[in-house]
Ligand binder design. Structure first.
Ligand SMILES: [Zn+2]
Length: 176
């Protein structure tokens, strides 16, 4: 199922890291978070929009460290990574109101990872009935406007939660 899940964009996605090096190492180093659609930098990990989204709001969470497996991460890195997943599940829920999610990671080429050298967790919002246009999405080109608007909606939601877009804290969230 995971293989089917990520297959549509894997072909394109795999093409870029081999040309440019590891995007999960390069993008955080560039300090161009807006251009790279980096949503949040935490201590050990960061969140960014996938340039080749499987669906609107497709996010990836990755450690800064070039590690290929969960077991290669230190407990503190692993904990923060999964905390980020939880936080972004909530941010996506509030911002885009999806009906569900696919959340997961592919470890190793045999596990279906398009780029298997640097671990990353996918969070893909899902809406009832969106399976109908998946084949269409498979060949879709990146539309900068839609990436930009998703980025803006998510950073606005992050600001609502308190703090800057880059430093949200769950504990600070207040509901009326
Ligand atoms: Zn890397």
């Amino acid at each position: 199922m995971a293989d089917l899940m990520w297959a549509p964009w894997r072909k394109k996605y795999v093409a870029s890291p081999s040309d440019e090096g590891c995007i999960f190492c390069i993008k955080p180093q560039e300090k161009k978070d807006r251009k790279n659609y980096i949503l949040r930098r935490a201590k050990y990990s960061f969140a960014l929009l996938n340039l080749y989204p499987y669906n609107n709001g497709h996010i990836m969470i990755a450690p800064y460290r070039h590690a290929a497996t969960l077991s290669a991460l230190k407990p503190c890195e692993r904990n923060e990574l999964w905390n980020m997943v939880v936080v972004f599940e909530e941010i996506l829920q509030n911002a885009l109101n999806p009906h569900g999610f696919n959340i997961g990671l592919n470890v190793g080429k045999a596990g279906g990872a398009g780029f298997d050298e640097h671990l990353h967790i996918h969070i893909v919002p899902r809406w009832s009935g969106d399976t109908n246009f998946m084949p269409v999405l498979a060949d879709i080109k990146v539309i900068p406007e839609s990436m930009e608007s998703v980025y803006q909606v998510l950073t606005a939601e992050m600001r609502k939660r308190g703090g800057s877009a880059g430093k949200t804290k769950r504990s600070r969230k207040k509901r009326a």
